[in-house]
Design a protein around this ligand. Structure first.
Ligand code: SF4
Length: 365
């Protein structure tokens, strides 16, 4: 059961000082050039769990390929995924694409100034709703993300964990309480910008912060304690085997099914977890047969790729193999293609698979 948030204590008005600071220090970012709700929406979806520096080139490429919501709605999903490749969290791209189709079907391609319509779209929660509508239409809607959460917790001296349970409800109430009646979109961006540039996780620059005089954490020297550190998940080591199956000069590339747990509809060489103590060659034969139906003859290990997915630290040992005959059997994968090493760059793949494919395309065995 969700408890009521703790009441947000009154503060001296902070909006005028923060907005003045933002006007003087805001970064010149490509989605800030105008108030186009489509560009703001794309940028906000990309920015979730990703840095501004990483997003900028992706944003330019994406809006050049799909300059309007109608263009995005009409796009092939593989192209959308390809343009997202490397940003991670691919479900966000698939939701963005699905939402664009709904906006074209239900709103004639317009992005409505209507909070309820936004919340009904795939992938849109309270954050995206508030970010787009406050920035594009100046709706007085709050936002909370990692940067503003840290600023608000310190500003009010909130001692609980604002990422969880009652703390989450508290931080949304605080974000709403500080919002001014006008320039809500600029204020939301200013909070995030202050968190990114001044109120940083370690060693915040309180001496040049426009909110220093009102800030409880600054007054009580609690910057290092607020917010409390994130709970670190226990890391689990996983060993996987991947198989580069060759026939002639081509490699077998498989598409994950639409209902896969992650990387839906993206491409890869077949891979799966190794059994404890299983020799690598046996593992490769077993995995290739189970995932593709092909009987392969294993060769040497061609690469070792280390990567992390959530709390799992994965070591992927990749074995070269041949399968001169036999047909691919769909099941574990939706489909497969035999492609030349040069063609590997054309398919949307996950970051670890891209590492492997770059290695193969550069002549790696
Ligand atoms: S005074 Fe310091 S802790 Fe408080 S909001 Fe500003 S930078 Fe953050």
């Amino acid at each position: 059961m969700t408890r009521d948030p703790s009441p947000v204590p009154p503060l001296p008005p902070v909006a005028p000082r923060l907005l003045d600071w933002f006007d003087a220090h805001r970064r010149d970012l490509p989605w800030r050039a105008d108030r186009d709700p489509y560009r703001i929406w794309v940028s906000e979806v990309m920015l979730q769990q990703t840095t501004v520096a990483a997003v900028v080139p992706y944003f330019h490429r994406f809006v050049a390929a799909f300059p309007t919501v109608a263009a995005l709605a009409a796009a092939d999903e593989q192209r959308v995924l390809k343009l997202w490749e490397g940003l991670g969290y691919y479900r966000r791209a698939r939701h963005l694409h699905a939402a664009a189709k709904r906006l074209v079907a239900g709103h004639g391609g317009a992005l409505p100034d209507d909070p309820a319509a936004w919340l009904a779209l795939p992938g849109v929660g309270r954050y995206i709703q508030g970010a787009v509508l406050s920035q594009a239409f100046d709706r007085r809607l709050p936002i909370v993300e990692a940067n503003s959460l840290r600023v608000l917790a310190r500003l009010f001296g909130y001692r609980g964990d604002p990422r969880e349970g009652a703390g989450k409800a508290w931080v949304w109430a605080a974000a709403e309480a500080v919002l001014p009646a006008e320039r809500a979109g600029d204020f939301n961006q200013a909070l995030m910008e202050l968190g990114a540039l001044v109120c940083t996780p370690a060693k915040p620059a309180c001496d040049r912060c426009p909110l220093a005089a009102a800030c409880v954490a600054n007054r009580d020297a609690l910057q290092e304690q607020i917010p409390p550190p994130k709970k670190q998940p226990v890391v689990t080591e996983v060993s996987e085997v991947g198989v580069v199956v060759r026939r002639g000069g081509k490699v077998l590339l498989c598409r994950r099914p639409a209902d896969a747990g992650r990387w839906q509809n993206m491409w890869e060489v077949p891979h799966a977890e190794r059994l404890a103590g299983e020799p690598l060659a046996e593992s490769a034969v077993r995995v290739a047969r189970a995932l593709t139906g092909l009987a392969v003859t294993p060769g040497a290990e061609v690469a070792t790729i280390r990567h992390s997915v959530t709390r799992f630290r994965i070591t992927l040992a990749v074995v070269g193999a041949t399968a001169p005959r036999g047909a691919f059997a769909p099941g574990a994968y939706a489909e497969a293609k035999w492609v030349t090493p040069d063609e590997l760059a054309d398919y949307p793949v996950s970051a670890p698979q891209r590492k492997l494919m770059t290695h193969l395309a550069s002549g790696g065995a």
